[in-house]
Design a protein around this ligand. Structure first.
Ligand code: NAP
Length: 334
């Protein structure tokens, strides 16, 4: 094949927000698939806050992306050629493809998706990793019961938007926290949350006390920092906090800030439990099936924020997550 594969590679470990010089833009010929492999033409790439952590040279749940390596990313695309019995040209698949236009990957790590059931970006959002994070994090770690109050930060984003909608499906009161009036309006009017607190213009602690008069039963934490402290100050007895992420801290220079109000867990007999979506890998199909059913019934809405510019636009597009410039799942069209 004569086509050229444009890629973005990690050039340097960032300090604070990633900058243009932390990336290399490279080109190489598109490779042929070997035995057991599949050649994919990428259509959409997933942009995730976790990418910032993968760029650090630190021990984590996955090894850091090496200097000079293609940036790690999830993607969805079309199979062009297959040397794996499970796939044929024309199939659509998702997997960890990296920030590039074409990928040759072992077929065993890929999942077939049906573009007739949902548009391709949805498989990077609600029916993909972020949706499954919301599903398992809320249901297995948060364990919401009917009538309880569930609060979620990052409520207009990929994970948070699904958390609140599932909370409503389970008969809970859903309160979101998001940045800006427009996002809060979206969270209530489009996603059906009961309320949304604009952390950029409101006193979060005061608004949480107003919106959660009997306290917070489940606080699904996507952001950490001051918002986590405010939520800790409002816990109901026996509250559960699924610790999903801490985006407010990912670019902190000089170390992440931990919660100050953690004694509230003792006072309220609460728990705060970290989890990774990968912990539930053997149940992904079950979670995706149930969420696909809710989508078809109109009970779960998906919003994707589709950025243009292709692979070369990746470095600048990634920053949108940290500036809050996405509504729903941020994907890059290749
Ligand atoms: N544990 C897991 O397995 C797992 C899996 C996937 C994701 N995660 C985590 O889940 C969280 C949400 O990820 P996502 O993919 O759904 O991203 P997202 O919410 O779609 O996008 C990130 C959002 O974070 C908000 N944000 C950025 N800086 C902030 C700050 N300083 N304070 C408060 N909010 C800030 C912005 O929304 P506003 O405009 O509202 O500020 C932005 O739109 C992240 O922490 C991510 O690392 C964890």
């Amino acid at each position: 094949m004569d086509a050229v594969n444009r890629q973005v590679r990690l050039a340097a470990r960032p300090v604070g927000l990633p900058k243009a010089s932390d990336w290399d833009h490279t080109e190489e010929p598109v490779a042929e698939p070997g035995d057991g492999e599949v050649l994919i033409k990428l259509k959409y790439l997933s942009l995730d806050p976790a990418m910032r952590g993968w760029m650090n040279d630190a021990r984590s749940y996955v090894p850091p992306v090496g200097i000079g390596e293609v940036m790690r990313a999830g993607g969805v695309g079309e199979v062009l050629a297959s040397e794996h019995a499970g796939f044929e040209a024309g199939d659509h698949v998702t997997g960890m493809t990296g920030i590039q236009e074409y990928a040759v990957l072992p077929g065993d790590g890929l999942v077939k998706v049906d573009p007739g059931l949902a548009s391709l970006p949805v498989y990077l959002g609600t029916l993909g990793m972020p949706g499954l994070t919301a599903y398992f994090g809320l249901l297995e770690i948060g364990k919401p019961k009917e009538g309880e109050t569930v609060v979620v930060s990052g409520a207009a984003g990929a994970v948070g938007s699904v958390v609140g909608q599932i909370a409503k499906i389970k008969g809970c009161r859903a309160v979101g926290i998001a940045g800006g009036e427009e996002k809060c309006r979206h969270v209530v009017q489009e996603l059906g949350f009961d309320a949304c607190i604009d952390y950029k213009s409101e006193n979060v602690l005061k608004s949480l006390r107003e919106q959660c008069p009997s306290g917070i039963d489940v606080y699904f934490d996507n952001v950490g920092g001051e918002i986590l402290d405010a939520a800790l100050a409002c816990l109901a007895r026996g509250a559960r906090i699924p610790l999903c992420g801490a985006i407010s801290q990912y670019n902190a220079e000089g170390g992440m800030r931990g919660p100050a109000n953690y004694m509230s867990l003792l006072v309220n007999r609460g728990t705060m439990t970290g989890f990774l979506v990968f912990d539930f890998a053997d149940r992904y199909a079950q979670g995706a099936r149930e969420m696909a059913g809710w989508r078809q019934e109109g009970r779960l809405k998906s919003f994707e924020h589709i950025a243009s510019g292709g692979v070369p636009a990746f470095p600048e597009t990634l920053l949108r997550l940290f500036r809050g410039e996405n509504l729903g799942k941020l994907v890059l069209e290749v």
